[in-house]
Write a protein that binds this ligand. Structure first.
Ligand code: AMP
Ligand code: MG
Length: 519
């Protein structure tokens, strides 16, 4: 174990890419640079809410001096003199080009070599930057708990994600209008220290391309390839195409995982798409409870539902299209980029099909799409809780005979009666005929299915309960959920109280079913 604070920083991003020459902190367009130096706001009365000991452990790190650690992860002090910086990027928001966005409230506080990876440590909510566009640069406890718990939960679900090292309350108040209805409230301020090998987004490239800044664009692409995709070789036109193809593959894998666990990101703008294929920027995200392909937790997107569960694949393709446009000045040929995009769609469908079958314990990919569509139509119609249903049929007694299967339906449905039994029976007959052809012991199949069908996910109401408690000073539920979600595929019999349907009170409650971008 190495004391994290004893690590010397080693600048990579901020050493190898062009820096903004302006050092005063005011909102502006930053041209010809990838980042701006900026100081973190010193919090009034910082206090640790939680530290991710599993992240520390995975990286073979420890915290020796907790007082000093709190100073660093709350922004009160620099990391061994490292010059903090905010990154410049743009993006398409809800389908429209938004120009420069950038880290409006994220500040990189260190770049550390840990076990062969150069990790970036970033404080979210540590004050305004040149990219704040008139906003305050702060974050509230409620959204910070959501980001903290979900980053770690996603990682333990086996889904690529930025990580969260710590969560602190700042002791400052932050004013927010949660539902944008004129009801402003002072909320508790907080800072999450998040970690990733890179926080570069599709929008980082888009902004440079939009500004015709081919010089810095090439620098950023080359930097990303050399540091994060070294296996592709020295940058060249061919390598740029391979780079795009690899980013597309990583993006596809990430979104298929989201579909597998019923995760809806909520704001898949291109500035929220990581170039490493990591789930990033946890805002109004959510997990499907009653299966509904049209569902989005983001009330800001209520009318168009652009980022609904059933549209995440298409949106990832749309976003990759924007990345292709941004890389075009380096490739100067449309066809190879188009080819990657075309394959993306086809491969996505094939992988999605495979993944959906695996949730049912089926591995013969010849099984028709109609079989899966019928299932989803029924799940939607009978409002089956996605997590409960799939987990339930991962036990043979709920899969191998109709009575057991029927009880899975009843137990996971949000409808009290009126389940379409005849249609289910027909579907179930076909299901058992497919299952019969799988050459595998029931006990083995149970194990396999339980590895793709998590038992515990961070339902919005669970996060909201932890938020309510933490807002009144009790952090125990944050810790309980953190511990629970370290092992989402394990039975954890003592935690069964979290293996239940969303309670009725949560159905229409702010923070549970309705979330805005206000954070
Ligand atoms: P998001 O929807 O969280 O991805 O944010 C979109 C853009 O708005 C990013 O450039 C953020 O840095 C910026 N932003 C969001 N909230 C704030 C805030 N409170 N202060 C400053 N910038 C913000
Ligand atoms: Mg963002």
């Amino acid at each position: 174990m190495i004391d994290i604070l004893s690590l010397p920083y080693r600048k990579k991003f901020s050493a190898e890419l062009p820096k903004d020459s302006e050092e005063n902190n005011f909102s502006r367009q930053v041209i010809g640079a990838c980042f701006s130096l900026v100081e973190t706001k010193v919090p009034r009365n910082p206090e640790i809410v939680h530290v991710s000991h599993s992240l520390l452990q995975e990286l073979n790190l420890s915290v020796v001096d907790t007082v000093e650690f709190l100073k660093i992860v709350s922004g009160a002090k620099t990391f061994n003199g490292f010059e903090p910086y905010a990154m410049c990027y743009g993006g398409h928001q809800f389908g429209n080009w938004a120009g420069q966005l950038g880290d409006g409230r994220a500040i990189n506080i260190a770049e550390l070599d840990i076990e062969n990876i150069n990790w970036k440590l970033q404080l979210k909510g540590s004050g305004p930057t040149p990219y704040s566009r008139g906003a305050d640069g702060f974050a509230v406890l409620r959204s910070s708990i959501r980001e903290y718990l979900c980053s770690e939960a996603m990682h333990h679900l086996g889904i690529p994600s930025t990580r969260a090292l710590s969560l602190v309350k700042t002791g400052d108040f932050v004013t927010r209008d949660i539902l944008y209805d004129g009801n402003k409230k002072d909320e508790l301020g907080a800072v999450v220290c998040r970690m990733a090998p890179s926080f570069v987004r599709f929008g980082s490239f888009e902004l440079l391309a939009a500004r015709n800044d081919s010089k810095v664009l090439k620098q950023l692409v080359d930097y990303t390839i050399v540091n994060h995709y070294p296996e592709l070789g020295a940058p060249s036109k061919e390598v740029y195409i391979q780079f795009f193809k690899t980013v597309a593959e990583k993006t596809r894998e990430m979104v298929i995982h989201w579909q597998r666990v019923g995760f809806v990101h909520g704001v898949m703008n291109t500035d929220n798409m990581s170039i490493l294929g990591l789930t990033i920027d946890y805002g109004p995200y959510g997990w499907l409870e009653n299966f509904d392909r049209n569902w989005t937790p983001n009330t800001t997107d209520r009318n168009n539902r652009r980022y609904r569960f059933g549209n995440q694949a298409q949106i990832s393709l749309w976003n990759l299209n924007k990345l292709a446009n941004a890389l075009y000045p380096l490739v100067l040929e449309v066809d190879p980029l188009q080819k990657v995009l075309k394959n993306y769609g086809n491969e996505f469908l094939a992988e999605l099909h495979k993944m959906k079958l695996s949730k049912l314990g089926l591995y013969n990919i010849e099984i028709s799409e109609t079989f899966l569509d019928r299932l989803e139509d029924l799940m939607e119609r009978d409002e089956l809780d996605m997590t409960l249903f799939y987990r339930s049929i991962s036990s043979s007694e709920n899969r191998e005979n109709w009575e057991g299967f029927n009880s899975s339906l009843v137990n996971s449905s949000y409808k009290s009666n009126d389940i379409s039994i005849n249609d289910w029976r027909n579907w179930y007959e076909e299901y058992t005929s497919h299952l019969a052809k799988e050459n595998i012991l029931a006990t083995e199949l149970n194990l396999k299915m339980k590895l793709v069908n998590p038992k515990y996910v961070l339902r919005n109401y669970m996060a909201q309960l932890a938020i309510d408690a933490a807002e009144s000073g009790d952090n125990r539920l944050v810790d309980e959920l953190y511990q629970l979600l370290l092992k989402p595929y394990d039975e954890q019999p003592e935690m069964e109280k979290w293996y239940v349907k969303r309670p009725d009170w949560a159905k229409n409650k702010v923070g549970c079913s309705m979330l805005s971008c206000s954070s």
